[in-house]
Design a binder for this molecule. Structure first.
Ligand code: URA
Ligand code: SF4
Length: 483
């Protein structure tokens, strides 16, 4: 595939999904497999690697992409607006597969490619939703006519998808919404797309503050609030730009106390405490509540809450750090590479995974997007503390005889930021609040990170510590038997 300087230019920078469909239809017609195309983004988000024979007129006139469009559906369109450039590679791979014997692929929700597409689409959908909720206009006087402007920073390229909503909602106004990359203006019934501008060029929104307050007051109905959604959709980082934030407390005074608690979690750093059920009757109830947790900012980036799993009365509880990429997709702890190591170590220690309760200090996946990868980022002390409420509730429910701390984060959740694996390994710790015997050990990912020459001894350390946990249990059982 040859890189062209004269890649087709588009009238609107966000129309690249249309272009993508045409290029994909062309490439499929030419029997070009996914591995034979390198999709790259130019600054405008266009796929910029084209077959040399391809010109805009070929795209415009020859190719019928309607079938691909309907096969990829709304998910395809949404995913195409994700800021991660691997979307094009993924979309083409799926498009190719649907046209090469897998017609029903999009219906296979367990297929990894389809799942990834759904994940991208879901993230974009959420971004659109936030844009709808948080865009704030400022009134300008322009040619003796009123014009409203707003500036918003979406995470993804959603302006085109979100614009019709604003046209409907503010159909009687002239307005422009700027983002860093694009803008859209609404004039006399049409949407016109143009250039974006940096944040520093946009004044603050003071002028229409009062207007927004009045508007917000009029729509605020505590009885109808979807509490979790509201907190989740109004994360703290938006609050400084929201004129209504300072009247929220006043409004909440009339709202049920539960609502107040939820908002406090975000504003006063109480973490997950406010999201716990009042009466945590069982693990499933805890889990259900954790699905809606917004006790710290990590929930915003993750796909789902990964709660602990295992029998309600498991004798041993294993605590890891946080879900990784694979766990985030699947929704279960320790199913990725570190999970494979753990499984082997458990087996070597004579422990049956299905009899253990396995969980993490932090229930959401924290990462940094890098290329098409999501690179693990360590949770901060504050985030570990915010999430410790779930862990404590799990411990209270399961009441394990033995707790194994896999790595530093697990120890920091129970003992505070000063906990170090190196300083505590090899001991059995008692905790004043937790009745269980606590066995500190390394995180299974240490095995993956160690050098070839060290790997088997690091693995053996993990196995020995797990075996120690099993022995504590065995000794207790023996004592019970002997009366
Ligand atoms: N690492 C962890 O600490 N927990 C998981 O669930 C997966 C990887
Ligand atoms: Fe809540 Fe923990 Fe997720 Fe933070 S990481 S949102 S505290 S569940």
């Amino acid at each position: 595939m040859e890189c062209l300087d004269h890649a087709p230019q588009l009238a609107d920078p966000e129309g690249c999904y249309d272009t993508f469909l045409k290029i994909a239809a062309y490439l499929i017609e030419q029997s070009t497999p996914p591995g034979g195309v390198d999709w790259q983004d130019s600054v405008t988000g266009l796929p910029s690697l084209f077959p040399s024979t391809l010109s805009q007129s070929v795209l415009d006139e020859r190719l019928d992409d309607s079938q691909l469009r309907s096969v990829l559906g709304r998910s395809g369109e949404l995913a195409s607006c994700h800021s991660d450039y691997h979307r094009w590679t993924l979309l083409y791979k799926i498009a190719w597969r649907t046209q090469n014997g897998e017609r029903a692929l999009m219906g296979d929700i367990l297929d990894p490619d389809v799942r990834e597409l759904d994940r991208l689409a879901h993230t974009v959908r959420r971004d659109i939703h936030k844009m709808k909720a948080f865009v704030r206009f400022k009134r300008l006087q322009d040619d003796n006519q009123e014009r409203y402007i707003a500036w918003h920073r979406p995470d993804h390229r959603i302006l085109r998808l979100a614009a019709p909503f604003f046209a409907r909602r503010f159909g009687s106004m002239r307005w422009t919404i700027f983002t860093e990359h694009e803008s859209v203006s609404y004039e006399e019934g049409s949407l016109v797309f143009g250039k974006g501008i940096p944040a520093s060029d946009v004044d603050n929104v003071d002028e229409i503050e009062e207007l927004w307050k009045a508007y917000y007051r009029s729509i605020f109905n505590p009885a109808r609030i979807k509490i979790n959604a509201m907190v989740k959709e109004m994360p703290r980082r938006y609050w400084s730009t929201l004129p209504e934030a300072d009247i929220i407390q006043q409004l909440l005074d009339e709202a049920p106390s539960r609502v107040r608690k939820m908002i406090e979690a975000q504003t006063h750093g109480e973490g997950a405490a406010a999201f716990l059920p009042d009466d945590p009757v069982s693990l499933p109830v805890l889990q259900e509540h954790a699905e809606h947790c917004a006790g710290c900012g990590i929930a915003e980036m993750a796909t789902r809450t990964v709660f602990g799993e295992g029998p309600q009365k498991a004798p041993i509880m294993l605590i890891g750090e946080q879900p990784g990429d694979e766990e985030d997709r699947v929704g279960r702890p320790f199913v990725g590479p570190a999970g494979q190591v753990l499984n082997r170590a458990l087996e070597a220690a004579g422990l049956d995974r299905s009899e253990l309760y396995i969980t993490n200090a932090v229930k959401h996946f924290k990462y940094e997007p890098r290329g098409n990868q999501r690179v693990h980022r360590r949770a901060s002390a504050r985030e570990i503390r915010a999430c410790s409420h779930w862990l404590n509730a799990e411990i209270a429910q399961v009441q394990p005889e033995v707790i194994v701390l896999l790595g530093a984060a697990a120890g920091q959740s129970l003992f505070g930021a000063g906990y170090r694996v190196g300083a505590h390994r090899g001991q059995t710790i008692d905790h004043q609040r937790v009745a269980s015997k606590i066995v500190p050990t390394i995180h299974p990912s240490m095995v993956l990170r160690s050098t070839d020459s060290d790997r088997s001894s690091v693995f053996q350390d993990l196995v020995n510590d797990l075996r120690h946990a099993a022995e504590i249990l065995g000794a207790r059982d023996l004592q019970d038997e002997l009366g």
